[in-house]
Design a protein around this ligand. Structure first.
Ligand code: URA
Length: 236
């Protein structure tokens, strides 16, 4: 299989895609004993030997996890305030990072990977990947407000909308299931806050159709089938 040299370098984990391009143009990359400074150069991953600054590199294995995030973990790879981070919950030596984010006290489905292309693919706003949430409100959601959430309301001058607003229990309008298709920070809380509600609890039930179906704090690898299906579903 052939891939671009800069992609191969970034997938080895030693540099970002941009930094990899710099390494190439600086003449620090050698393929089969020859310096390559052409950014469009493609290599055969099975046969070519790639060295950066004299060290042989090889691409990493891609990892894909789904975590059922518990409360009290920050969705980040490190935290200056020394709070617990979601990556600490996953036992791997590889450098993985979360796909999008959930607030400190939000629970539920969070994907983690070391595949930057996969993460960018799913979080790109144009894909409008669905995120399904269970929301516990401070008071019953009025019918008029349910309609507004479905029609769209403005948050910081930008329209936000839910694709679905449903009640799993018809008698309890404080518990609402919503589907949003964007990853703005605090999106669900801000949608409700704009209409005068406080979100007391938030749980993400699925992301891009992927469910966790494991206890809080547990994680599992995504199956090959889940990965292929999710890419096929949003590749447009
Ligand atoms: N929207 C929020 O407000 N918080 C989350 O954690 C996720 C979506």
């Amino acid at each position: 299989m052939q891939i671009r040299l800069n992609k191969y370098i970034s997938e080895s984990g030693i540099a970002s895609r941009r930094k990899s391009e710099e390494l190439i143009t600086q003449g620090r990359v050698v393929v089969n004993n020859k310096i390559v400074s052409d950014l469009s150069f493609k290599i055969d991953i099975e046969h070519d030997v790639v060295e950066v600054d004299g060290e042989k590199i090889s691409p990493r294995r891609h990892l894909y996890f789904v975590l059922n995030k518990p409360k009290g973990f920050i969705t980040s790879t490190s935290d200056e305030k020394k709070r617990n981070t979601v990556v600490e919950l996953i036992k791997t030596k590889e450098k993985i990072f979360p796909v999008g984010r959930l607030d400190y006290n939000t629970t539920g489905v969070l994907l983690l990977t070391n595949d930057g292309d996969f993460a960018n693919f799913l979080t790109h706003p144009k894909r409008r990947v669905p995120r399904e949430y269970e929301v516990w409100l401070d008071r019953m959601l009025e019918e008029e407000d349910q309609k507004k959430l479905l029609k769209g309301i403005y948050i910081d001058g930008k329209k936000g909308v839910f694709a679905e607003v449903k009640f799993p229990n018809k008698k309890n309008r404080k518990l609402v299931n919503v589907v949003g298709e964007e990853g703005r920070n605090h999106f669900v809380k801000n949608m409700f806050r704009t209409l005068g509600y406080t979100v007391n609890g938030l749980n993400r039930k699925s992301f891009a159709g992927i469910k966790a179906e494991i206890p809080l704090g547990a994680y599992r690898s995504l199956t090959k089938d889940e990965i292929t299906k999710v890419i096929a579903a949003y590749e447009k």
